[in-house]
Design a protein around this ligand. Structure first.
Ligand code: HEC
Length: 111
């Protein structure tokens, strides 16, 4: 009996840590641009640590091309949706904000 208890605890812990898919948010049904949608998200949630003053990990997210580069060639979108290792570090942003970033990518990273 005890064994079953331990196995179920382990199963429970495992199910919490493995690849929980974050809720994607309501689909965005309009075109998303950097200046309208993405810049405010970066400004409010990322620049405390990723501005040119003491950028963490050397990553600066102040301009369109810096953010686009990190989204296209870096891990910006993955990290913003990474439950285990999120950016910002304090926890995932709301599904709506993350859906905007996904739509920005789908629309081709418009400025
Ligand atoms: C409280 C400080 C803090 C905030 C706020 C923050 N970051 Fe970070 N970020 C870090 C630190 C420290 C690292 C390096 C360690 C790591 O990768 O976890 C990092 C690493 C990263 C990386 C991976 C490394 C790289 O150079 O590409 C990305 C991408 C990133 N952050 C994006 C963001 C985005 C996007 C936001 C806002 C949505 C954000 N961060 C908000 C502190 C922060």
């Amino acid at each position: 009996m005890k064994k079953i208890f331990y196995i179920s605890i382990i199963a429970l812990i495992a199910s919490c840590t493995t690849a929980e898919i974050p809720f994607a948010g309501a689909p965005v049904d309009r075109t998303v641009t950097y200046s309208q949608d993405i810049q405010p998200i970066m400004f409010n949630n990322c620049l405390t640590c990723h501005s040119s003053v003491n950028p963490r990990n050397g990553l600066i997210l102040e301009t369109y091309s810096q953010v686009k580069n990190s989204a296209q060639n870096g891990t910006l979108i993955d990290r913003m949706n990474d439950v285990a290792n999120p950016m910002p570090q304090s926890g995932l942003l709301t599904p709506d904000k993350r859906a905007l970033v996904d739509k920005w990518k789908a629309d081709g990273y418009l400025e």
